[in-house]
Design a protein around this ligand. Sequence first.
Ligand code: ACM
Length: 386
Amino acid sequence: MTSETWRVGVLFSTSGITAAVECTQRNATLLAIEQINSQGGVCGRLIEPIDYNPESDPKKYREYAERLCDQDKVSVIFGCYMSSSRKAALPVIEARGALLFYPTLYEGYEYSQHCIYTGTAPNQNSVQLVTYVNQKYGNRIVMIGSNYVYPYESNRVIADLFSQAGGRVLDERYLSLNAKADEYKAVVDRIAQLNPDAIYSTVVGDGIALFYQAYRDAGLNPETMPIISLSTSEAEIAQMPAGTAQGHITAAPYFEGLDTPKSHEFMAAYHARFGSGARLTACAEAAFFQVHLYAIGLERAGTDHFPFLLPHLHNAEFDAPQGRVKIDNTNNHTHLWSRVGKVNSEGLFDVVFEPGVRVAPDPYMLEHYLDGRDTHAVRLTREDTR
Ligand code: ACM
């Protein structure tokens, strides 16, 4: 063991509007680093996290990315939740020849050689969400989102998929990231008038609790008109009074409580480290397994210098809590499992739709349709990975 360490940047917000979910990502990152260090580190060197709080502000993500690369001399950064933060930090990371590991669902339609995307691309969550909702609830949709890039782009994909299913978008609204309760109430009043089959929400951060509360206050019924989402997680549900989100729907590769041996190990370690009340999310699970994938690549490369590390990350696989995952060697995204969950009375998700296949990432949605032509993306069944 040498005194030299592998220094890595950790950029998640512990304050500001997306702190609830980003705290779960930060916790899971630190947990994975501690696990690897307790096994002796990588190539005889411990991993040393250098941790900053960018306060949910894209400008601060860029500034801290600069500081991490230029002053702290890291080659690898784990971080970012909102796509606006990733888009602010990534050009800095690219220009310095460093590498970002990004553990968040996002809108797709992006590729950077200097980013490993371990959250879902739209073909790994949106296709499954629309398939489920179309069969169970219908296809007349209202969209409500926060006012930034992920909601615009995700809405475009979801609108396209519902239109392939014969449905349509009745209305599309955007609220500022700091919108107040009365603004959510006004949107819910409009939704009640339109009476859609489901409401697609791309609201992020603290606004999620305000929106679900406004929905509940209006007396609407999730059994006939659920809020469906990719960005509502256990962390935001924990910010709501008990029962507020019950019956609403989210698609993600992982939910807290998922019944796999690796998920039980992950939950036990996480709760032992951060307390039994600390929530887990799909974004935290991605934050956790991406550190382990980094360690696998680093062990093989023996260096964290980007041009040598990247080839060893390609095709790297890890038995994650969601199932075995793999970094794609053509697009730097990750092969992931798809699930749809419905919120139960404890504020956790019951899995209601689980195709049981690992889905190859197709970030540009080149081969994804709802009519059964989509055979290319699904290559591996659960049996294949056992
Ligand atoms: C997001 O902005 N990618 C949730």
